[in-house]
Design a protein around this ligand. Structure first.
Ligand code: ATP
Ligand code: MG
Length: 369
């Protein structure tokens, strides 16, 4: 998948942008505050209806303007699907695909699977289990159609179970059906997650296994309860604690990917650059598994490539992205630092865009390089 045309109006300092990205490598450079991240946000908006920076819409809309719009053509070349998003200060939104309003944001998202690597990437190591759980579940959701219904059903059970727990007076006949359904759905969720995690690890090891950094590194899937017990047993043995606390303390909603180096949390041991490369490898591995299963490629948005990564690490990420053969949008302040890792390492089309105070110009490349 790729974005072949991108038209943006009134998104932060991007008043009027109209570009035709390369289906391969798009390098976006410009000074601090010029509008590079805003351009990546526009791609995110086009497919997810919001920014990756925040869920808030108002800060995205240009000051003194009532509405922002992003239009894009997504797919192979001019035959791509037109997508359009507009978000207004008064809360109104329009999401369209092929000229028609979309049924749901999930439909919009299905047109363009995205992977984002930005300053937030570290949260995959430093953040709460929720971040890593969502990372895994993104893949499970996209490759296993039965996952979402199971997850929704389990959430519903959990909600009812917690309501009963909060009331304090537990009656077994009232609780039993929720427990039973929760156990059944949790087993399904768990099986889907394990299958995806195994594929993810296979792909991750192929990328990362050879690096020095892989020494002592261990990633494991924590199911959300004691590994010695099945979920029914874990739920049973935790009942008293759950009653005391007023919520369900074990389950699919507590799952995590544990990332350790010699037994310690990777976030406490690895340097910033090492952490970033590790996260990049996980995201590239995810794109790879996604492609293998669905036959579709994710588009990668890499905000501020040089941040935290030295030359060798930049080259490493670029070689992974090149091997994936996906469309990439990569930003940075210095043109040369963006371009250097690609020179001689790709035969695909590189487009270089310069951003200055919200104006974007496409530079001729490779002439003059
Ligand atoms: N709602 C808004 N209306 C107008 N301008 C805005 C709005 N929100 C942010 N800006 C401005 O838009 C500009 C672009 O910001 P952006 O984050 O895209 O810059 P950048 O090129 O990524 O910079 P950096 O290199 O520092 O990351 C900034 O100057 C910012 O102050
Ligand atoms: Mg930026």
């Amino acid at each position: 998948m790729s974005v072949s045309r991108l038209v943006v109006h009134n998104l932060r300092n991007l008043t009027n942008v109209d570009i035709r990205p390369s289906p391969a490598v798009n390098l976006v450079y410009g000074k601090n505050g010029s509008g590079k991240t805003s351009l990546l946000e526009s791609v995110n908006l086009l497919t997810l209806g919001r920014s990756f920076r925040s869920h808030k819409i108002k800060p995205l809309i240009q000051e003194d303007r009532p509405v922002l719009t992003v239009f894009g053509r997504v797919g192979e070349g001019d035959a791509g699907v037109p997508l359009g998003v507009s978000r207004a200060r008064n809360g109104e939104s329009v999401f369209k695909a092929q000229g028609r309003p979309v049924e749901s944001l999930a439909e919009l998202a299905s047109y363009l699977p995205l992977q984002v690597i930005n300053a937030d990437a570290f949260s995959l190591l430093e953040g709460s289990p929720k971040v890593r759980r969502q990372f895994l579940d993104w893949l499970v959701f996209h490759v296993e159609p039965d996952f979402y219904p199971a997850w929704k059903a389990a959430q519903r059970c959990l909600k009812h179970r917690n309501t009963i727990l909060r009331r304090g007076r537990i009656s077994t006949p009232e609780m039993a059906p929720w427990n039973q359904e929760l156990i059944a759905q949790t087993e399904r969720i768990q099986a889907f997650r394990v299958a995806c995690f195994e594929r993810l690890m296979e792909s991750f090891s192929a990328l990362f296994g050879e690096l020095d950094l892989a020494q002592g590194l261990n990633l494991s899937l924590y199911r959300g309860w004691d590994k010695e017990l099945n979920f029914a047993q874990a739920l049973e043995s935790g009942t008293e604690r759950d009653i005391r606390q007023g919520f369900t303390g074990v389950g699919f909603h507590r799952a995590d990917i544990r990332i350790k180096v010699n037994g310690q949390n990777a976030a406490d041991i690895l340097s910033r650059g090492q952490q970033k490369l590790l996260v990049c490898a996980l995201k590239v591995a995810q794109g790879k598994v996604y492609e293998r299963i669905t036959n579709r490629k994710c588009v990668y948005l890499v905000d501020d490539l040089p941040a935290e990564l030295d030359k060798i690490h930049r080259l490493q990420l670029v070689s992974w992205l090149e091997a994936l053969g996906t469309q990439v949008f990569i930003t940075g302040v210095e043109r040369s630092a963006l371009l250097e890792p690609w020179l001689g390492n790709t035969r695909r089309e590189i487009k270089v865009f310069h951003v200055e105070r919200g104006e974007i110009t496409s530079e001729d490349y490779p002439s003059g390089e």
